[in-house]
Design a protein around this ligand. Structure first.
Ligand code: MN
Length: 497
């Protein structure tokens, strides 16, 4: 068995070499460290435990993430499940990697006992706070969950259900919000299988037949499109994309569909992948010339208007051969990569760029040149958290006050702070730093001047202009602040002579 595992490690070494200049010695050293930390520990499957972090590292390398993240993947369970201490990690691998492993460990620790839904949502809050600090922690967490879901069959049934439920509630939507379409799809399907086995089997069996039929249609359209695009000197990749089982199942349950497979037009979509954005529009024109668009279903141009998670593509529904409605999706290779790996592709881009990898190389790798805007994606996640908590109506019935009555507020750099509802910019200042209160000159909330007692809302961006010299807090502040931290600090300052 050891031999097999070592062979798998060779796979990892080969994989990282394909996209980055990895320090192979360091990688090997990390691998040796992980093996010692996990010793003879076994997984429920009977395999050596260390195979799990190895597979997680391989997943991270498949997403082309940076060296620290891949190494953190190898080490991610060494504190929780292994024999290592944080200090060991700092000494052996430095602060960056130790922080990542620590972040992953912390996220795993966030588990409130008791009601499961409440637990998930509280976890989500913490997750968002960690994410704002370093998105790479979240990638390790998602890779960890992906491998655990792939090997879920070895766990007892009640645990399978719990993990699958959490995956469906938290990790799959999280991957979706981060624009990681492929990973979201796989997580959903795996969770679906364990949570609703009867429906899963039913949809899987039936969809096989439907896929087969739809693919015949796609093949016909494919050759027509290839011929006409090649006349324009465009060499596209044209493939059929089968709809994922979970999303198929969700759609089948819609009232207007009511389990009628023939009413689902994108069961197999035709996907056209080209080199440049302008070729997308040319391809769209050609598709519509040969297959008339379905008027009432319309075209969605997510290239001109990307989805909030960064997804870009043109979707159109056309009458295919025999009048069968078929969805066609058109995108560039870069957009395709982005749709698979989402935010991960931005991270790897920036990291590689900082290491001096050329733009041309990155373009051929399909990574986007867009800079990642931290504030906007964290805000997007906060919005999602709100949607999620709002939809869980029965949570409100639980009156879980401490949980529901808190807000996320941002610094202009995108750092997020978790405050009680009705907190003010003064609370925010003390949350950022215990001394910042002494330097408040003026406040802007979402770019507009605001008073110090302004009640902040979820998602607000708060900017503090500082005075040169420290000053005493105002007596009024004590009245309107909401956090104990701010109140105590103000009292202390006021008592000083
Ligand atoms: Mn793990």
């Amino acid at each position: 068995m050891n031999e097999q595992i070592e062979k798998r490690f060779t796979d990892l070494t080969a994989l990282v070499k394909t996209y980055n200049k990895f320090d192979v010695l360091k990688l090997t050293k990390t691998w040796e460290f992980a093996k010692i930390a996990h010793e003879e520990q076994k997984r429920k499957s009977g395999e050596l435990f260390v195979l799990h972090p190895l597979e997680v590292a391989i997943i991270l390398a498949q997403w082309k993430l940076d060296e620290s993240t891949v190494l953190a993947g190898l080490l991610h369970d060494t504190i929780d499940d292994g024999a290592a201490k944080r200090d060991d990690l700092v000494n052996e691998f430095g602060q960056d990697i130790a922080n990542l492993v620590d972040g992953v460990t912390k996220v795993s620790d966030y588990k409130l006992r008791g009601n499961k839904e409440v637990e998930s949502i509280e976890n989500l809050r913490k997750l968002i706070l960690v994410m704002a600090r370093d998105l790479r922690v979240v990638f390790v967490k998602i890779a960890d969950r992906l491998h655990n879901m792939r090997t879920l069959e070895y766990l007892p049934i009640d645990k399978q259900k719990r993990v699958a439920r959490e995956t469906l509630n938290i990790y799959a939507p999280l991957a979706e919000r981060l624009g990681m379409g492929e990973i979201n799809g796989e997580l959903n399907d795996l969770a679906f299988r364990y949570l609703y086995p009867t429906d899963y089997d039913k949809v899987e069996a039936k969809s096989k037949l439907v896929y087969k039929e739809a693919e015949r249609q796609i093949r016909k359209m494919r050759s027509v499109i290839l011929t006409h695009l090649s006349k324009e000197n465009i060499k596209p990749t044209v493939i059929g994309r089968e709809k994922r089982l979970y999303s198929l199942w969700k759609k089948l349950q819609r009232e207007e569909i009511n389990w009628d497979y023939s009413k689902i037009h994108d069961i197999v979509a035709l996907r056209i992948i080209v080199d440049k954005p302008e070729e997308c529009y040319l391809a769209l024109g050609l598709v519509h010339k040969h297959y008339k668009p379905v008027p009432y279903l319309g075209i969605s141009d997510y290239i001109a208007q990307p989805k909030p998670n960064g997804y870009q593509s043109i979707h159109t529904k056309v009458f295919g051969p025999g009048g069968r409605i078929t969805e066609v999706q058109i995108r560039t290779h870069t957009m395709h990569k982005q749709a698979e790996f989402g935010a991960a592709s931005h991270i790897s881009y920036n990291e590689m760029k900082s290491k001096g990898v050329s733009d041309e190389f990155l373009e051929t790798q399909g990574t986007s040149t867009k800079q990642i805007n931290k504030l906007s994606w964290v805000k997007e996640l906060v919005k999602w958290q709100k949607e999620l908590t709002d939809s869980e109506t029965y949570i409100e019935a639980l009156k879980f006050d401490a949980l529901m009555h808190r807000i996320f507020v941002f610094s202009p750099q995108g750092d997020v702070y978790d405050l009680p509802a009705n907190s003010t910019p003064v609370d925010f200042a003390y949350a950022v730093h215990s001394d910042l209160g002494k330097y408040i000159k003026s406040i802007k909330v979402n770019g507009k001047i605001a008073s110090l007692s302004h009640k902040l809302s979820n998602g607000d961006v708060v900017e503090i202009t500082k005075t040169k010299n420290p000053q005493k807090p105002n007596k009024d502040w004590e009245r309107f602040v909401k956090t104990i931290k701010a109140r105590n600090k103000i009292r202390k300052e006021l008592a000083k002579k």
